[in-house]
Unconditional design. Structure first.
Length: 393
């Protein structure tokens, strides 16, 4: 109570008291006017319809021994009104104290759920973020506030769990190549008769591992940048970026065939991140494919949104595994660890789409492979016409 005047309970109590005082004073003023008017009416009633001298004579007969009965009656009237005003003021002061006490009590009852919520939220930390307010009561503003806080705690718990999994997976992915590098160095140093060729082979393998580590760190940086959000937005031609990515990618003669269908699509955001999104989707579609397979890449506008769709042939993906593939360090084949890829491609794509206010959906194809579609809010009016490229071959 050291800061009682600043508490909500004290402010509510003072507000209740002020409202009661204002309404009580107005009620007494109206009552005073009505009583005064009624008293005057009763005073003048004996003199109704006669002149002043006759009224004085009648009042003298009604009040014998009085020198000026008219004056006496006016004094009695004024004294009555003063007494009424004093008694009303005393009653108003007493009821003001009562209203303050009742206001303090009612404000406490009203704010009790808020104090309970505050105590619970203060007790919640990273160790017990699973706790909820679980407020029970009628559907009102307090119930809505409690449900909103519970929803926020749920999202915070999911974010913390995701962060813990991400850190654990990142540590594991970084520890594996470091362990392999150390093993290669120890093997070379413990060789009693090392040769230049042995050193060259070991160094080449270490260099390859370092390149893979660099790619992993670059991917982690891109993922962190995407999840942080955008610093600014500029118009982005999604169709032109897709064209550039496809043109810069050499298509192997024995690899999957590309079938682009590029139509105008524009959005707003970071061109470098959007280009990375397109490149990751195309790379994943080409890498996780089957011999003689295909990759369909399409851009366009639909329902006021810019759309990028990439579908490929490939191994059969169980529907229940699709959502997992959008998480960091998740691969359909968990044993595939020697290809230099760490399962960050789709998670980066997902983060970039969310950072641009868009969505990412992935559906398995019946014959194998995935259909991944990224949608973005339209940044500016699409230009008329479409640009098509012939299938590469």
């Amino acid at each position: 109570m050291r800061k009682a005047p600043r508490t909500v309970r004290m402010r509510l109590t003072l507000l209740y008291g002020a409202l009661f005082t204002a309404s009580g004073a107005a009620l007494l003023a109206i009552t005073f006017l009505l009583v005064r008017r009624n008293t005057v009416f009763k005073v003048l009633l004996p003199c109704a319809g006669i002149d002043k001298e006759d009224c004085r004579y009648r009042l003298a007969r009604m009040n014998p021994g009085t020198r000026d009965p008219m004056r006496m009656l006016e004094q009695q009237h004024d004294a009555l009104l003063r007494e009424f005003a004093v008694q009303s003021g005393i009653a108003l002061a007493i009821m003001l104290l009562v209203s303050l006490a009742l206001g303090w009590f009612v404000a406490g009852r009203v704010l009790r759920p808020l104090r309970t919520m505050t105590t619970t939220v203060q007790r919640i930390s990273a160790r017990n973020v699973h706790e909820r307010l679980s407020f029970t009561g009628p559907r009102d503003e307090l119930k809505d506030l409690a449900d909103t806080v519970d929803g926020l705690l749920g999202r915070l718990e999911a974010a913390l769990d995701s962060q813990k999994r991400f850190v654990a997976n990142a540590a594991h992915e970084l520890r594996t190549p470091l362990t392999l590098e150390r093993a290669l160095l120890e093997e070379t140093l413990t060789d009693r008769r090392p040769t230049v060729e042995a050193f060259r082979t070991a160094f080449e393998r270490i260099l390859t591992i370092s390149v893979q580590q660099g790619r992993l760190l670059e991917s982690l940086l891109t993922l962190a940048t995407s999840e942080r959000g955008l610093d600014g937005r500029v118009p982005v031609d999604l169709a032109a970026l897709t064209d550039q990515v496809l043109a810069a990618r050499p298509e192997p003669s024995d690899g999957p065939r590309l079938y682009p269908r590029i139509e105008p699509a524009t959005t707003a955001g970071d061109p470098a991140l959007v280009e990375r999104l397109v490149a990751n989707l195309v790379d994943n579609a080409m890498r996780y494919n089957v011999p003689g397979g295909s990759v369909d890449v399409a851009t366009g506008s639909r329902d006021g949104q810019a759309v990028l769709s990439v579908s490929n042939t490939g191994p059969v993906v169980p529907p229940e595994q699709v959502a997992r593939l959008l998480e960091p360090f998740q691969r359909l084949d968990r044993s595939a660890r020697g290809d230099g890829h760490h399962g960050l491609g789709l998670s980066i794509v997902h983060a970039i789409a969310l950072a641009h206010g868009g969505t990412l959906s992935a559906l398995p194809r019946p014959g194998g492979g995935l259909v991944v579609q990224a949608t973005f809010p339209t940044g500016q009016t699409d230009q008329a016409g479409a640009r098509h490229r012939n299938p590469a071959g």
